[in-house]
Design a binder for this molecule. Structure first.
Ligand code: 13P
Length: 249
C-alpha cells in the first residue's frame, strides 16, 4: 500500500520566524485535524534545518533539504554534504529539481550519484524528472522522461526513493498538467521503473508537481499512479498548504 506523500518545497523563500510559525501551526493541524493517513514534508533552506529539526523533531511531519553535493566530503566550497544532512537528522532531500538542472547544470549522472550517497547516509532522495515546454510540444515527453529515469535511477535501492514528475512548463506558471497528462506520465515512470526493478515498481511513491493547488489536488491524487505532490507556491502559506494536505477529508 502506497501512503500518500505531500511535500512543500519552499525554494529560496521563508526565513526563521515565518518558518517557525508555519511549522508550529502545521504540527497542530497534523495532530488535531488530520483524519487520513498521509506523510507530509517541508523542504526548507539549509540553514533552517538545524533549528527547525531541533524544535520539531517530534513533529509528525518530515523536514528536508532542497539539494546536496555529489561528494561526501572535500574541497567543494559552498556545497552541502549528505553526511552533514544526516548529522542534522534531515529526513529527505530533493535532487534534480528542474531549477537546479536549469540554473546549476545538474546532470542526470550527478543526480544518480547524489541519490546513492543520500541512501548511504540514510536520507530519502526525492528524485525530480520533467520535460521542458519545447520537449512537451515536440511530443518528446516519453523519451525524455524515460531517459531521465534510466540515468537518475541506475543501480539504486529504488524502494527507498521517491520520484517527482514535474513538467517544467507547469512549475510556477499556474498551468498545472491536466490530471490525464499527469497520470499518463506517472504511469510511464512506474512502467519504466518496473523494467529496471520489477519487484519494487508497485511500491514506489510517485509525486506530481507543477502548479498544484487546492482546486486540482483532489483530482490529481485520485489518479492511480499519482501518490503525492511536490508543491511550490501553494506551500508558502499555511492556509493553502493545509487545504492541500487535507484534500481527502
Ligand atoms: P509550483 O507549485 O509553484 O508550480 O512549484 C512546483 C515545484 O517546483 C515544486 O518543487
Amino acid at each position: 500500500m502506497r501512503i500518500p506523500y505531500i511535500v512543500g518545497n519552499w525554494k529560496m523563500n521563508i526565513g526563521f520566524d515565518e518558518a517557525y510559525d508555519f511549522l508550529e501551526e502545521l504540527n497542530k493541524i497534523y495532530t488535531t485535524e488530520m483524519t487520513h493517513n498521509i506523510r507530509v514534508g517541508i523542504a526548507l533552506q539549509a540553514p533552517l534545518l538545524v533549528p527547525m529539526i531541533a524544535e520539531f523533531y517530534d513533529g509528525n511531519f518530515l523536514i528536508g533539504a532542497q539539494t546536496c553535493c555529489d561528494h561526501l566530503e572535500g574541497a567543494y566550497t559552498g556545497e552541502i554534504s549528505p553526511v552533514i544532512l544526516a548529522e542534522c537528522e534531515t529526513n529527505f532531500c530533493i535532487i534534480g529539481h528542474s531549477e537546479r538542472r536549469q540554473y546549476y547544470n545538474e546532470s542526470d549522472e550527478a543526480i544518480n550519484t547524489k541519490a546513492k550517497l543520500l541512501l548511504e547516509c540514510g536520507i530519502e532522495p526525492i528524485i525530480c524528472v520533467g520535460e521542458t515546454l519545447e520537449q512537451f510540444e515536440n511530443n518528446q515527453t516519453k523519451e525524455v522522461i524515460e531517459a531521465q529515469i534510466e540515468k537518475c535511477c541506475k543501480d539504486i535501492n529504488i524502494s527507498e526513493c521517491v520520484i517527482a514528475y514535474e513538467p517544467v512548463w507547469a512549475i510556477g506558471t499556474g498551468k498545472s498538467a491536466t490530471s490525464k497528462i499527469a497520470q499518463e506520465v506517472c504511469h510511464l515512470i512506474r512502467e519504466k521503473i518496473r523494467m529496471m526493478y520489477p519487484e519494487d515498481a508497485d511500491n514506489v511513491i510517485i509525486q506530481y508537481g507543477g502548479s498544484v493547488n487546492s482546486k486540482n489536488i483532489k483530482e490529481l491524487m485520485a489518479c492511480e499512479d499519482i501518490d503525492g505532490a511536490l508543491v511550490g507556491g501553494a506551500s508558502l502559506k499555511i492556509d493553502s498548504f493545509k487545504e492541500l494536505i487535507k484534500y481527502g477529508d
